[in-house]
Design a protein around this ligand. Structure first.
Ligand code: DC
Length: 232
């Protein structure tokens, strides 16, 4: 084990660029990047495809009864320079971003047994350290001992405008108002759920990137990282 390698926990609101940020940090440091949201999405996709979610209603007992049949793993894809997620050997990276999955993932991620299973997997993945993990409960539940914890946020309208630009560039017919409402309601769902709600760990550093470029965020991060590594 390389004693200099640390665990970097990145939590925060949805649509504030956590995964992009975490991925570029991992690439810069030669660390492994783990997108824990993808794991909750993968369980949701499996539940959808195996009849445990009907007309948007999640049958919690059925989802829990399926958990032992769901094997999740990440495999590095050099073309994307990132890891793809597989469920029982099938590549599901594209499917987990579909709107049907997005609409049900909050409900699935609020099931205690789902969280216990995925948290245990995440802890196993981070055992060797040298990981950047992004999610909602990484600094509070998965790795409370992480050496560097970042709590990311940005103004809700700024986040909505960024998503609006992304979606309209892809040709999606959406309005800024509906995106804004979705951002606000997802914040509320993440922060008010009974189990492991999104909250800032006491020792996390806040990064509000409302008016920061990606390059500025990297400069900000490297300063924090170097402070931790040099034991400041
Ligand atoms: O980061 P994302 O939007 O892909 O996450 C999808 C969902 O999973 C989101 O509703 C929050 C939930 N989630 C969670 O509860 N805990 C995590 N560690 C990561 C994601």
């Amino acid at each position: 084990m390389d004693s200099k390698k640390i665990i970097i926990a990145i939590d925060g609101h949805s649509s504030c660029g956590k995964s992009t940020f975490a991925k570029s940090i991992a690439a810069r440091l030669g660390y492994i990047f783990i997108d824990t949201g993808a794991m909750y999405r993968a369980v949701t996709l499996y539940a959808l495809e195996h009849g445990a979610i009907n007309s948007g209603i999640v049958d919690e007992e059925r989802v829990v009864s399926m958990l032992n049949d769901i094997n999740i793993d990440f495999r590095f894809n050099p073309q994307r320079d990132a890891s793809d997620i597989y469920v029982n050997g099938d590549l599901v990276e594209g499917k987990i971003r579909a709107i049907e999955v997005s609409n049900c993932v909050s409900a699935v991620s609020s099931i205690g047994d789902v969280r216990s299973k995925l948290v245990a997997m995440q802890q196993q993945m981070g055992k060797k350290r040298g990981v950047v993990m992004d999610g909602r409960d990484i600094g509070t539940v998965v790795f409370p001992e992480a050496e560097l914890k970042i709590y990311m946020t940005a103004d809700a309208m700024v986040r909505a405008e960024r998503r609006y630009k992304e979606l309209t560039a892809k040709g999606d017919k959406v309005t800024l108002e509906e995106i804004y409402e979705n951002v606000v309601s997802r914040d509320k769902a993440d922060m008010t759920r009974a189990i492991s709600p999104l909250r800032k760990a006491d020792d996390a550093i806040v990064l509000d990137n409302s008016s920061m470029t990606v390059d500025e965020q990297m400069v900000w991060f490297m300063e924090r990282f170097n402070e931790v590594i040099s034991g400041k």
